[in-house]
Design a protein around this ligand. Structure first.
Ligand code: R7I
Ligand code: MG
Ligand code: MG
Length: 349
């Protein structure tokens, strides 16, 4: 494995929190003019606003549980993580959770539960959820484990605590891979980054369970791979409209309609774009662009923020943004501790 630059792991977790907090403003909006996005983002510089005025949602609430569980157990422990999800929900149920996952979180708090994966399997007539709730909280897995195979294995299991449909948990695997590769500097070569994601997902989606789910839901044979190929076509075009991105990749609450989209936002914003202010750096461009897509903006910006934050590092994050977003400072501290876990594992400790 290669080693990442100092500020990057912090950038990944903080980027995710910022995306969730700033994206909440437009969640569910069908059309979001770029001028509204820029007005919202400019407003963050307003000194008169208090600290943490933009609250985080379920995306960050669950990611915090993942971080705390990985740190406390020094690795993945499904019982502990499930307990933390349930407890967090019972303490703060109003963070905007998906309407289905609430049932899982309630069942997970039962002391009689013998299999923590069972409530997720019961969702949606036994097929499990394909929502993006597994993917939105997955970044800490990418930070904690040095081996790609561990990142894949544990991000999948972590997602399956609430999302047992392969179109849900494979989205989490894809997002974790993107953050992990970005931490290693893979976005310096965007075409190879995408090739690597495709070759990994070709293998992931080759599994029988994935093939069965894809068939049952009338999706392509390998749905995430198919989207990644579409993403590559979009990147090759000289001009792409917001409408085309939404049409080809989606902006919805399903992992399939949001994880590839978040990856596209990052890749598209690696360079300056006409529609975005020239003084914006790459992370700010990624945030603004993600919000302008509308739909599941908090989650798409959260996932794009994690990948972009891993690439650009924490140094480029505007201080004013750090201040307004609830949980951003805390994410910086916990990312440091997670990164220590990574080093411990990398050294075989
Ligand atoms: O995936 P999940 O945790 O929701 C995450 C989203 C993020 O945008 C958050 O910011 C928050 O707003 O919610 O929650 P789920 O309830 O598992 O899935 C979300 C929604 O996807 C469900 O409420 C359904 O509308 C839809 N969905 C399905 N619909 C039909 N059949 C997910 N799986 C299915 C399915 O199998
Ligand atoms: Mg949310
Ligand atoms: Mg959302």
């Amino acid at each position: 494995f290669s080693v990442c630059k100092p500020g990057q792991p912090y950038g990944a977790l903080v980027g995710a929190v910022l995306g969730d907090c700033v994206g909440g403003e437009f969640e569910g909006a069908e059309e979001v003019p770029m001028e509204n996005v820029l007005r919202h983002l400019n407003g963050l510089d307003d000194e008169t606003k208090g600290d943490g005025t933009l609250e985080y949602s379920d995306d960050t609430a669950m990611a915090r549980c993942v971080v705390q569980s990985l740190l406390t157990r020094a690795g993945f422990d499904e019982q502990d993580m499930a307990r933390r999800f349930a407890k967090e929900y019972s303490l703060a149920p109003g963070r905007g959770y998906g309407s289905g996952v609430i049932q899982v979180l309630k069942k997970l708090s039962s002391s009689q539960l013998s299999d923590v994966y069972q409530p997720a399997r019961d969702q949606f007539n036994g097929r499990g959820s394909f929502g993006n709730g597994g993917a939105m909280r997955v970044a800490p897995f990418a930070l904690a484990f040095p081996d790609l195979s561990d990142v894949k294995k544990y991000s999948r299991s972590g997602a399956m605590l609430t999302h047992s449909c392969s179109l849900g948990y494979n989205g989490a695997v894809l997002q974790a891979l993107a953050v992990h590769l970005s931490l290693q500097g893979a976005l310096e070569l965007p075409a190879q980054f995408l090739d690597k994601l495709i070759s990994e997902m070709e293998e992931v989606e080759d599994e029988e369970a994935s093939r069965n789910d894809a068939r049952a839901l009338k999706e392509a044979e390998k749905p995430f791979c198919e989207r990644l190929y579409r993403l590559r076509d979009l990147m090759d075009r000289s001009k792409v409209s917001i409408e085309e991105v939404i049409c080809e990749l989606g902006n919805g609450i399903a992992a399939l309609h949001s994880v590839p989209t978040a990856i596209f936002c990052v890749l598209h914003c690696l360079q300056p774009r006409e529609s975005l202010p020239p003084h914006y750096g790459g992370l700010e461009r990624t945030m603004a662009y993600s919000l302008a897509l509308g739909g599941d903006t908090d989650t798409i910006a959260c996932m794009a923020g994690a990948i972009a934050g891993a690439h650009y590092g924490i140094e480029v994050i505007p201080e004013a943004w750090m201040k307004c977003c609830e949980g951003a400072k805390e994410a910086e501290v916990t990312a440091q501790r997670l990164h220590a876990l990574y080093h411990q594992r990398a050294q075989g400790g």
